[in-house]
Design a protein around this ligand. Structure first.
Ligand SMILES: *Cc1c(COP(=O)(O)O)cnc(C)c1O
Length: 399
C-alpha cells in the first residue's frame, strides 16, 4: 500500500510506512523483537537489515510514517525526546558554537543545552521567540549555528511565527529547529514553513496513551549542516550527520516502543480533534472563573498568540495553563481534582494536572526560563468534557 501527499493526514497516519507484511500479510507492522539478521554471504543483507541499532523493520515503519506526516525527508526514532535532542545537538554543534534558546521551553531541553553541552563549550542565549527582532539580536553572527524554537511553548503556550524565525535564522547561516511536541504534525508542519528539522517527544501526543517514552527527529529535504561543514560521512547533509550519530551513539527506539508509538500515531487525528475541543471548553470556563487570574490558551481570541496560531496551525491543541494568584492556591488546586491526575507529562488520553515550577520545570529555577509559581498546567484529555468541567469547578470552589 502506498500513500502520496494528496492523501489526507488521517489516511497517511494509518498507511504511510505501514504496508501489510510481505511474508504473512499482517495488516500492521509486526514487532521485530530481534537484534541481528542472517546475511546471505558476507555483506549480503536482506532488505538492508544488519543489526537492530542500525535499523529495525518496526522502527523503520515508525520513522517512515513520521517523516511522511511532517513532510520531511528522513525520520529517526529515539529512546526518548531528549535522546533525539542530544543527537541533533551533537550532530550539528562543535565547541565554540552558540545556540539561541527560547525563554520559555521544556525544562529538560534547557538543562541539556545549558548543563550538558555547556560543559563542551557550547554557549546559549535565551530569547523571547514571539519577537523576531529579539531573536535576531540574540544571534552571534558566525557563531550561532542553531535557533531552537518551541511553539506553542511549554508551559506558557506562547506562539511564535515559524516562517519569520526561519528567515532570521537562515540570514545568519543558522539552522531552525522546531520542537513540535505540543502541536504534533496534525496541527502544524514546521518543515513546510521553513524549519530545517523537527524534534518530538513522542512520549506525549504521538504515543498518546502514557505507556511509552520515545523521541524523533525529522529532517527537511535538502537540509545541510550550518557553516558549510561536512559531516562524518563526508557529505554536507544534515540527515546524513544525524543518521550517523543515531547509529554511532545508539540512543535508538526499541522495537516494542516503536510499535506502541506507531499504534498511537494511527489515531492522532481523531485524538487531537477531541483534545482541542475539550481544551477550548476548559479554557473558556477558566477564563470566566473569578478564582483564576489568567488563562493561557492560543484558542482564546484575546490570547496574544491567537492570530499567529490561527495562521500557522490547524487548531490550538490540548494544553491549557492558568494562574491562580499564589503558590499555595496552585498546590491546593493540584491536590483537589478528581479526574485530572497530578502527574508530569502530557498528551495522553487521560487528563493531567501539574505545577511546573515544582515539577516539570524545576530544572529552570533561577534561569531566564523560570516559570511563575502560581502557574498550573493542564493536559486536557479526551474524557467527556462535562465531567472535566465539573471536576475543575469543584476543585476551584474548594480552594
Ligand atoms: C517531554 C518533552 C520533551 C522531552 O521528551 P522526553 O520524551 O521526556 O525525553 C521535549 N520537549 C517537550 C516540549 C516536551 O514536552
Amino acid at each position: 500500500m502506498s500513500t502520496d501527499h494528496t492523501d489526507g493526514f488521517a489516511t497517511r497516519a494509518i498507511h504511510a510506512g505501514q504496508s501489510p507484511d510481505p511474508l504473512t500479510g499482517a495488516v500492521v507492522p509486526p514487532i521485530y523483537q530481534v537484534s541481528t539478521y542472517a546475511q546471505d554471504g558476507v555483506g549480503g543483507l536482506r532488505s538492508g537489515y544488519e543489526y537492530s541499532r542500525s535499523a529495525n523493520p518496526t522502527r523503520t515503519a515508525l520513522e517512515t510514517a513520521l517523516a511522511d506526516l511532517e513532510h520531511g525527508d528522513r525520520g529517526f526514532a529515539f529512546a526518548s525526546g531528549l535522546a533525539a535532542e542530544d543527537t541533533l545537538l551533537r550532530a550539528v554543534l562543535r565547541p565554540g558554537d552558540h545556540v539561541v534558546v527560547p525563554d520559555d521551553a521544556y525544562g529538560g531541553t534547557y538543562r541539556l543545552i545549558a548543563r550538558v553541552l555547556g560543559g563542551w563549550q557550547v554557549d546559549h542565549t535565551p530569547a523571547r521567540l514571539t519577537d523576531a527582532a529579539a531573536v535576531a539580536a540574540a544571534i552571534q553572527p558566525g557563531r550561532t549555528r542553531l535557533v531552537w524554537v518551541e511553539t506553542p511553548t511549554n508551559p506558557l503556550l506562547r506562539v511564535s511565527d515559524i516562517a519569520a524565525l526561519s528567515k532570521v535564522a537562515h540570514r545568519a547561516g543558522a539552522l531552525l529547529v522546531v520542537d513540535n511536541t505540543f502541536a504534533t504534525p496534525y496541527l502544524q508542519t514546521p518543515l513546510t514553513l521553513g524549519a530545517d528539522v523537527v524534534v518530538h517527544s513522542t512520549t506525549k501526543y504521538v504515543g498518546g496513551h502514557s505507556d511509552v517514552v520515545g523521541g524523533a527527529l525529522v529532517t527537511a529535504p535538502d537540509a545541510t549542516l550550518p557553516g558549510g561543514r561536512t559531516g562524518p560521512t563526508g557529505t554536507t547533509s544534515l540527515a546524513d550527520a544525524v543518521g550517523f550519530l543515531h547509529n554511532a551513539a545508539g540512543a535508538v527506539a526499541g522495537p516494542f516502543d516503536a510499535w506502541l508509538t506507531l499504534r498511537g500515531l494511527r489515531t492522532l487525528a481523531v485524538r487531537m480533534e477531541r483534545h482541542q475541543t475539550n481544551a477550548l471548553a476548559v479554557a473558556q470556563f477558566l477564563a470566566g472563573h473569578p478564582g483564576v487570574t489568567s488563562v493561557h490558551y492560543p484558542g482564546l481570541p484575546d490570547d496574544p498568540g491567537h492570530a499567529v496560531a490561527a495562521r500557522q496551525m490547524r487548531g490550538f491543541g490540548g494544553i491549557v495553563s492558568l494562574r491562580v494568584g499564589s503558590s499555595e492556591r496552585a498546590r491546593a488546586l493540584c491536590a483537589a481534582t478528581r479526574l485530572f491526575t497530578l502527574a508530569e507529562s502530557l498528551g495522553g488520553v487521560e487528563s493531567l494536572i501539574e505545577l511546573p515550577a515544582a515539577m516539570t520545570h524545576a530544572s529552570v529555577a533561577g534561569s531566564a526560563l523560570e516559570v511563575p509559581d502560581d502557574l498550573v498546567r493542564l493536559s486536557v484529555g479526551i474524557e467527556d468534557v462535562d465531567d472535566l468541567l465539573d471536576d475543575l469547578a469543584t476543585a476551584l470552589a474548594g480552594l
